[in-house]
Design a protein around this ligand. Structure first.
Ligand SMILES: [Zn+2]
Length: 593
């Protein structure tokens, strides 16, 4: 990914920028010893567990394990790609991103420019196929059939990909783009014989815009019943569908004015509503709503209404999305359309006024869920009501606001005619039992996803060698990289050993760039943070190495034991004596550690 920006530029930025300055521009940092801390922006909390280390130039959250260097912070907080984060910092420092001399794809800025230019060319090709009366016949007829006016089609720049193999390719080639670039941009696909062809054929094309109003991808819908019905551009450095909401660029002023966003299922629904005058709308692109999506619109409004079809898939999606929004503290309501309707058909049948009325009368998530569970379990006897209460409580436990949660608990007891105390007690229990797969308790703020803990000795060892590079040689003498059981940690350690052998600098923030992987960044920041709170680091380091060695020896011994068992079963005594001797050798090694 970093291939398009000269490495020296990234390195210069890394050395000149101070992560503390950058983060302080977004979050109120308080000094805490050698570090800074604040409430984590990536999960909900009331006591700060988000730490920033000035000396290591990394951040780490002890609550949700988010972590990394300054680039990771910007990518996550500002929803940027790596090249965009680099550009932003380069701007801040007044560093110019130069173009590399050879090849055509130089520098992140330039590649972005070329990428966008190719999308503009494709956009022109697709648009022309609609506007050209003769060519666009089937496409115009299709759009008209769906009730989309020419004005609307022009506003959204809807287009048509003809049934041809090289129209976009040729148009881009003519402007000096190479086949390799066109394929890399996702506009063409390389065929079996290595010959590229246009990705989209015989589809209505919906340009997809990023937050800077640039076309970075396309969605294509078939005219007939061919499958796949929808096809999107592949994800790229500039297009990540879990970070783009379709229509948000058009809807922004309307969302601000209404102080509300309406979340729809797909782009046809969105275009239809927009045309009908309901414009504070956005839709995920063929994916479930993500936390990143929510954070995108939370900058504009804290009020959302989810509109989904009444079918089973729609209801399930609504459950998931509303759940996520509640956790992110969005005031969310839900609208379930009458069976058989989607927003498009509904608004065409009943008009925008009726639809707006639906939005105004959106059901609270609480009522929606309660209805869902009553439907599922039946609300009659005490037993089924208790089951419903249980389901509801695990949902209520996710509500960060204590006052709201209290009010809902009261309402739950009323609705289900269960004593209030039993609800309170149930909530208490929920905080003490971790079983049943429920994620959150009442007062405990837990991370959004459960992570498999890393082997402690391995994590600490990594943190300690990053803290003090003198220890690298010691570690290299004592252990082999293959002995490390965690694949992420072993990848990092292998890289560190490699750098050390070449006599290169070993810095946490630099390794994060080298390996370019969000998970790796988190492991590194976690290990450094874990090591930074250790006392007696020398001894701890020795213990870690010993532990890693011991795990390895025990594993070897186990394998021999297995071999012995198999040999005994087969009745062959040959070699068994050797194995037994080997085993006792391992016993000795373990004992003498
Ligand atoms: Zn966090």
């Amino acid at each position: 990914m970093s291939g398009h920006i000269p490495e020296e530029t990234i390195e210069r930025i890394r050395q000149q920028i101070d992560i503390v300055d950058v983060i302080a521009a977004y979050l109120p940092l308080k000094k805490a010893g050698a570090n800074f801390k604040t409430n984590c922006p990536f999960h909900h909390e009331k006591t700060p567990s988000f730490h920033v280390s000035a000396s290591k130039q990394i951040f780490h959250c002890f609550g949700c394990h988010a972590g990394g260097n300054v680039f990771n912070f910007l990518m996550r907080h500002e929803q940027l790609t790596f090249p965009e984060a680099v550009e932003l910092l380069a701007d801040k420092l007044g560093i110019k991103i130069e173009q590399e001399k050879d090849g055509t794809r130089q520098g992140a800025g330039l590649w972005r420019k070329r990428y966008l230019a190719m999308y503009q060319i494709a956009l022109g090709v697709y648009r022309q196929a609609v506007t050209d009366a003769k060519k666009g016949y089937s496409a115009s007829a299709y759009l008209a059939g769906r009730g989309i006016t020419q004005d609307t089609a022009a506003f959204f720049k809807l287009g048509f990909a003809e049934e041809a193999w090289e129209i976009v390719l040729n148009a881009c080639r003519k402007e000096g783009f190479e086949d390799r670039e066109i394929v890399d941009a996702g506009l063409a696909i390389t065929g079996q014989k290595g010959k590229p062809f246009d990705r989209f054929r015989k589809r209505i094309m919906f340009p997809i815009y990023d937050s800077r109003d640039q076309v970075v991808a396309f969605g294509g819908r078939v005219l007939d019943e061919t499958l796949p019905k929808y096809m999107n551009s592949p994800e790229s450095e500039f297009y990540n569908k879990s970070r783009i909401l379709y229509g948000l660029n058009f809807a922004k002023p309307h969302i601000l004015r209404e102080d509300k966003i309406v979340i729809l299922e797909g782009y046809m629904d969105l275009i239809s509503l927009f045309q009908a005058g309901i414009k504070n709308v956005a839709a995920p692109l063929g994916t479930a709503l993500t936390v990143d999506h929510i954070r995108l619109f939370k900058r504009l409004t804290n009020n959302a209404v989810i509109v989904f079809d009444a079918d089973k898939a729609g209801v399930e999606a609504m459950m998931r999305s509303s759940d996520l929004m509640v956790t992110e503290e969005v005031n969310v309501g839900v609208v379930r359309l009458p069976s058989g309707d989607d927003p498009d058909t509904f608004v065409r049948k009943n008009g925008p006024g009726e639809f707006e009325e639906l939005i105004r009368q959106a059901q609270s998530v609480f009522d929606f869920r309660l209805g869902y569970f009553i439907n599922k379990y039946g609300g009659g006897n005490v037993e089924s009501r208790a089951r419903i209460a249980n389901e509801m409580m695990s949902f209520l436990a996710k509500i960060p606001n204590a006052v709201l949660k209290g009010a809902y608990m009261k309402r739950l007891s009323e609705k289900l005619e269960l004593p209030e105390e039993s609800i309170y007690r149930g909530m208490e229990d929920l905080t003490h039992t971790s079983g049943r797969g429920h994620r959150q308790g009442r007062f405990v703020e837990t991370p959004l996803e459960v992570k498999i803990p890393k082997p402690k000795a391995e994590l600490l060892m990594l943190g300690l060698i990053l803290d003090d590079p003198e220890k690298i040689a010691v570690a290299m003498d004592a252990i082999e990289v293959d002995w490390i059981t965690d694949t992420g940690i072993s990848r990092i350690v292998r890289h560190i050993f490699g750098l050390h052998k070449q006599g290169l600098e070993v810095a946490a923030s630099k390794i994060i760039i080298d390996l370019m992987d969000e998970k790796i960044a988190e492991i590194i920041s976690e290990s450094v943070s874990a090591a930074s709170v250790m006392d007696e680091r020398g001894r701890a380091f020795g213990d870690c190495l010993k532990k890693i060695k011991e795990v390895r020896l025990r594993k070897e011994r186990e394998l021999l034991q297995e071999k012995l068992k198999v040999g005994e079963k087969n009745g062959s005594s040959e070699g068994l004596v050797d194995i037994v001797r080997e085993i006792s050798k391992y016993d000795r090694l373990i004992k003498n550690l």
